[in-house]
Design a protein around this ligand. Sequence first.
Ligand code: GTQ
Length: 346
Amino acid sequence: MRDLGKLEDLPQEYRDALTEQNLVPLWPSLRGVMPPHKPSPRTQPTVWRYANIKPLLIEAGELTPIEKAERRVLVLANPGHTLEKMQASSAIYLGMQLLLPGEWAPAHRHTPNAIRMIVEGEGAYTTVEGEKCPMSRGDLILTPTGMWHEHGHDGTDPVIWLDVLDLPIVYYIEASYHEESGKQEQSKNSNGSKYRFGGVVPTPMFDRSNKPYAMYRYPWMDVRQTLVTMGEDFPEMDFLQVTYINPETGLDAENILGFYAMMVRPGQQVSLPVRSPAMVFHMIEGSSEITISEQSFQLIKADTCCAPGYTPVQIKNTSSTDPCFIFIADETPLHKKLGVFENRTK
Ligand code: GTQ
């Protein structure tokens, strides 16, 4: 590789003259912005343990009333990006949100897409565009770009969920903003029932959705059952994964980030294909060892970790008796739409 000139090689007077004109020489920075063969990601393999997050989140509930927080969230920040950037990867934001019984997080909508993965507690709900979506552990609830949403809680114990947003990339392209409103009028509790079972959708002349997002809630019990049945039907397959899609289009559930659920059989290890997008893993059920490059993390229920792109990842179920279930978020739809997606697995 050619050795390029450094900034220090240039006379100070010349550098000052460039700065004066808002000009920058490319060659001292060229290798930095386009490193050889593979990117040098800021995203570091990082783990966030639920046992450490939960007490601090409960304490936030005592320190900051919901009216002063609007969304009571502790952000899972990747130190590789510096904590104040509030990024898990270049496109993924993660937050753990707490809602206490009787609290209400008021309606708003924003340009970043969001999802919630429910971690603990019963009785809370998110109302998305007037549709009340109950929150139970493992459920996935979409609040795609521009959709009004608010959170309420009729139960008796704290409810905690994981927020996944594409905020970092939407903010980076200077397209991030929000709007507020009062309480939404709730329509009847349909919970995406029209789309609940795979293979059938409403007949157009009766009730075909003309909304851009057909379904807001994906109940965990349905997704879990699909994985278990797949495991029974395909005993030779060690890689059992489903993709959350929009049932009207068959495409990814949201435009920028992809969402998946995976089951790993007892004692099994799977190697993921080495691809360009960064990934996030959240243990819904069971325990695993996730190895990202050379680093291994032991994950138990409700723990979360992230891996940069272009990196080998192995997932081992550390139980010899029970399957483990992992929720995955990644940047695949974004990479594919931008034409920079790569799969480097031979
Ligand atoms: O619940 O609407 O973690 O707007 C960050 C921004 C959650 C939410 C977050 C949000 C929300």
